[in-house]
Write a protein of this length. Sequence first.
Length: 383
Amino acid sequence: MILILALLVSCRVNIVIAQVGINTDNSQPDPSSMLDVKTDIKGFLPPRMTYSQLQSISSPAQGLLVFCTDCGISGAGAIVVFLSNGWYTLSASCILPWPPVAATNTPLETQIIWNWNPVAGATGYKWNTANDFGTAIDLGTATSKPESGLSCGTFYARFVWAYNSCGSSTVLNLTQSTLPCQSCGQPLTDGRDGHVYNTVQIGTQCWFAENLNMGQMINSYQNQLNNGIIEKYCYDNLTTGCNVYGGLYQWDEMMQYVTSSGSQGICPDGWHVPSDTDWTTLTDFLGGESVAGGKLKEAGLTHWAAPNTGATNISGFTALPGGYRGSAGDFYTINVNGFFRTSTQNVNLWSVWIRTLYTSLQDIIRATEGKEFGFSVRCIRNQ
């Protein structure tokens, strides 16, 4: 009411056939407008709000105009208008990028690679798990974002913006479901390198039925390093050794330089390096350490040297005798022993728990060894 009275006092209001004119010269509103404001001493001030408040407007009308206090360049204010499918910033000096257009995503069981097409005039893109540009991750010019650690058979929505020096586009809403949860016993494809592993259900646990063979082979006389590349040793420095028996890994490399028991380490998403407790659960289910070795070992003499005592592989674990890489870089006991790492450190912290199988025993031996040796790795699925 106060606003209306003020307008009536300071300006003349003319209403013609549902048109409104506000002015000081007693002129009629322009025939093309519903509202015609004329003044040479004041401006028009639209509603002012933040980007967050702007997004809370329910079902905005086409052409709705607002002054956004933090939507402009470097968080400055800007006039925004709602058009078609989102809010657009008005700029006389440059052009905002259009929103990205979705491309084909790549889903796996516990990973999605989100993809979108490049946008003309964009200098970068931001990505978020929530519809919030302010907290989004700046991806630079990348038009792809791998996301790991997801749940199988689950629907996900993600959000992408294009940006340039003028500001950001409206949001692209990407949606994708991960692949259905895989039954244990079916082959698993490692999305990192395409390697396919057999799996086996033993009691309540799902294990790899073969040794992990992930990473880039390096010479055994070098230590594996924390350099962003998964490195492995192959017996006798021959790739054929890894092809049959899998890679051999120092403990720190296998753990990817974390120390928490049960960590994912170099295992695929959804799997982890078995802890000492995981191994104990396995051997207990198979009747205890004195007989579990024979139930875990591959039967016959294709890979194991004679006598391969007690080997039945009744568990389906198919343990192979991959030998080990010694601390000085030499290789030992292929076809005689299988050494399997755990993710659990001993109390002294310089040694870690392992499990060892022998051709001459049906036992499985629980012991500790140094972190510098290269041993085989099996992965176990998260529960």
